[in-house]
Design a protein around this ligand. Structure first.
Ligand SMILES: Nc1ncnc2c1ncn2[C@@H]1O[C@H](COP(=O)(O)OP(=O)(O)OP(=O)(O)O)[C@@H](O)[C@H]1O
Ligand SMILES: [Mg+2]
Length: 376
């Protein structure tokens, strides 16, 4: 069975970045936004990215989203055409009652919700941004974030685990740096790190296994990636009982206290792990692949993610692809368009040059963006 379709039928932005007043009427088809640099294409995708919990695609804040020439509170309102709850309206924005607040408020069908986490039950989303072009070539931290963000969508408890783990890690380091030799306190924090650390590793592994299966099941021109997690905890969880790995991590943390105190860092745990990506056909680590090959590997991974996300949630996610044609050759560009059309996902694609989208445009809604306005 195909997952239920899911798309925006209307998007309204008020005082959001350079869009003072924007309204787009949409069909379930993919949406192509073209326009000159600085016209506001990325800003539209960023607004959509606030329909899921968090700080959005560009990791910004309530104040940054406010139009700098219009002080009235910004708002993003999205009408969802088909969802299992029928038509639905999701709104998010600065709180007009409490304009100093750093938190955005969320309303579903006009009713405020307590926490933006509720959004995760209504909307699923995937995105590819130009920033992500460096994920495969840079250090492990960007790849861990990329991986953990994918895990959140499947397993909302993952965000809480990562938060608790990092909090205990910071607290332990603070004690060690301040020379507080309170063995019971340290052991308590290390116990929290061991338990949440193993749960984090297990959730990551589970996602990697699903991604690998989805990649194996697809035939396309996109390169196949071999994925692995490198790190003591993930490797332990993959091969043995979780309780044993927990004990091992607890013991390793106790053992490394004095080194960690000296170095001011924590040397073991899943915050050190790395996602290893290998270009299968070239048998080449992704970091050594060309810019375009890295981009194609990334696209292939996110396409696999969209597929497993849609089955896990039994509903299509929204799929944001910012500046997507950069680095992709014609063959891969066309293949990407075909994948988006065949998955029936509402893809939102931006680019400066309309010619890149020539084959998609007849089957998409096309808007030209210019100075914070859109023209269908
Ligand atoms: N808070 C804000 N208020 C008003 N304008 C803003 C705000 N934040 C960003 N902008 C403006 O939005 C414009 C950038 O928009 P955006 O990044 O969406 O452009 P783009 O169409 O994606 O361009 P490119 O093709 O270069 O990626 C810039 O001109 C910037 O000054
Ligand atoms: Mg842009």
């Amino acid at each position: 069975m195909l997952p239920s379709p899911f798309s925006l039928s209307r998007l309204t932005l008020t005082n959001f970045r350079n869009h003072a007043d924007l309204r787009m009427e949409l069909t379930p088809a993919p949406v192509v936004l073209t326009g000159l640099n600085g016209s506001g294409k990325t800003n539209i995708l960023e607004a959509i990215s606030l329909l899921v919990p968090g700080r959005g695609m560009c990791h910004a804040s309530v104040n940054e989203w406010q139009h700098n020439a219009h002080p009235e509170p910004w708002a993003v309102v999205a009408d969802i055409a088909q969802s299992e709850n029928g038509a639905e309206r999701i709104a998010t924005g600065r709180d007009p009652e409490n304009p100093e607040s750093e938190r955005r408020i969320v309303l579903i069908d006009g009713r405020p919700v307590k926490s933006q986490q509720v959004l995760a039950e209504h909307v699923a989303m995937a995105w590819i941004t130009p920033d992500m072009d460096r994920i495969l070539g840079d250090g492990p931290s960007a790849r861990r974030k990329f991986l953990d963000r994918m895990v959140y969508s499947f397993d909302p408890a993952h965000a809480g685990r990562v938060h608790r783990y990092e909090k205990a890690l910071r607290e332990r380091l603070r004690l060690l740096r301040d020379g507080v030799a309170d063995a019971v306190w340290l052991a308590g924090l290390e116990d929290e790190m061991a338990r949440t650390g193993v749960a984090i590793a297990a959730a990551r592994l589970h996602l990697i296994q699903q991604l690998q299966t989805a990649i194996a099941d697809t035939q396309s021109v996109f390169p196949k990636a071999d994925l692995a997690l490198q790190g003591m905890v993930e490797e332990g969880v993959a091969t043995g009982p979780a309780l044993l790995v927990e004990d091992r991590l607890r013991a390793a943390l106790a053992r490394t206290r004095s080194d960690d105190a000296q170095n001011g860092t924590c040397s073991v745990g899943p915050h050190r792990s790395d996602l290893i990506v290998v270009h299968r056909a070239q048998n080449c680590p992704a970091a050594l692949c060309s810019t375009g090959e890295q981009k194609a590997l990334l696209v292939a991974m996110v396409l696999a993610y969209v597929r497993i996300l849609s089955h896990a949630r039994d509903r299509m996610p929204l799929f944001l692809l910012d500046d997507i044609t950069a680095h992709l050759d014609r063959v891969r560009r066309e293949a990407l368009f075909e994948e988006i059309l065949s998955m029936r996902v509402q893809g939102w694609l931006t680019g400066t040059d309309e010619a890149f989208f020539a084959t998609l445009l007849p089957r998409a809604s096309h808007f030209t963006v210019s100075h914070g306005r859109v023209v269908p």
